[in-house]
Design a protein. Structure first.
Length: 286
């Protein structure tokens, strides 16, 4: 089956119309129609032949095609049944060669089972809709699944939170998770006109590189829950949020004291290392 011109909104629309398919707003579907931007993003994945790559939301396969041309063993996760039927046809030759696998359904519900059966991918990639971006990234980190490199295109505000450092207004629990597991850097900003249909928001591609010196803690599960609790109410200070989490004010004051953290500070000024120290101290004393 012939691929459409991925740079032509009219050709993409005609293809969808011919099959009676339509863009699903609930899935956050927007195709990147800027070929230079697509190539820059795929370049950032730094693919070598034979590497395992996961792609979320391939749509009609514009990025998929570029990734496969670079020799990757690619698995795509697609929720839209109509798009899935088309990309199965577009990449049937790669599928016969064992280079392309399609996983249908909601990636939030399918990725873990696929991972447990097929193992770790080297690269993780996607033009992620706003409503799942933070969730899928956090889910993998929380399940101790870290990829050598990820490249995600997300709403610009999400990207700002991913890159945020302590002391900034964008710093959040999600910032802590991303920067705990990865070195995070912005790649390229993309205004709405780079996509079809044109979204009402700007996007940003972000590169996440697995940290070589991963900051360790005694109980990662405790750390993840604790740091989330610290941001649960941004107006409250560390003491209040931590006390609510521990249900023990005396223990709260003890761990803050032993970690030399001012109880009146707010979570957004704490470094990741300070939070890791807090988590370890709680694990030690509780």
């Amino acid at each position: 089956m012939k691929h459409p011109d991925y740079n032509s909104p009219s050709e993409l629309k005609n293809l969808l119309d011919s099959f009676g398919f339509s863009m699903q707003k609930k899935f956050g579907q927007n195709f990147l129609i800027n070929e230079d931007a697509r190539n820059k993003i795929i370049d950032a994945l730094d693919i070598t032949p034979g590497q395992k790559v996961w792609e979320v939301g391939p749509g009609l396969g514009a990025m998929t095609n570029g990734i496969l041309e670079r020799g990757a063993d690619l698995t795509v996760f697609e929720i839209d049944k109509g798009f899935a039927s088309l990309i199965r046809e577009f990449f049937s030759d790669y599928q016969k060669e064992g280079k392309f696998t399609l996983v249908e359904g909601d990636v939030l519900k399918t990725w873990k089972a696929y991972y447990e059966k097929n193992g770790q991918a080297d690269r993780f990639f996607g033009n992620l809709p706003y409503n799942i971006a933070a969730t899928i990234i956090a889910n993998t980190i929380e399940n101790n699944v870290r990829f050598e490199k990820c490249v995600f295109t997300v709403q610009k505000e999400v990207a700002q939170r991913m890159c945020a450092k302590e002391g900034s207004e964008d710093y959040s629990s999600f910032s802590v998770l991303c920067n705990w597991a990865y070195d995070v850097k912005p790649l390229i900003d993309l205004a709405g006109g780079n996509f079809w249909p044109k979204p009402n928001v700007d996007s940003r591609a972000v590169v996440l590189t697995k940290k070589k010196d991963f900051p360790q803690c005694n109980d990662p599960s405790l750390f993840i829950k604790m740091q989330r609790a610290l941001f649960s109410s941004r107006r409250k200070n560390v003491r209040n949020n931590l006390s609510n989490f521990l249900c023990n004010n005396e223990l709260t004051m003890q761990v803050l004291s032993e970690c030399n953290i001012d109880p009146n500070k707010r979570a957004e000024v704490l470094t990741i290392q300070q939070m890791l120290s807090l988590s370890d101290k709680i694990n030690e004393l509780r």
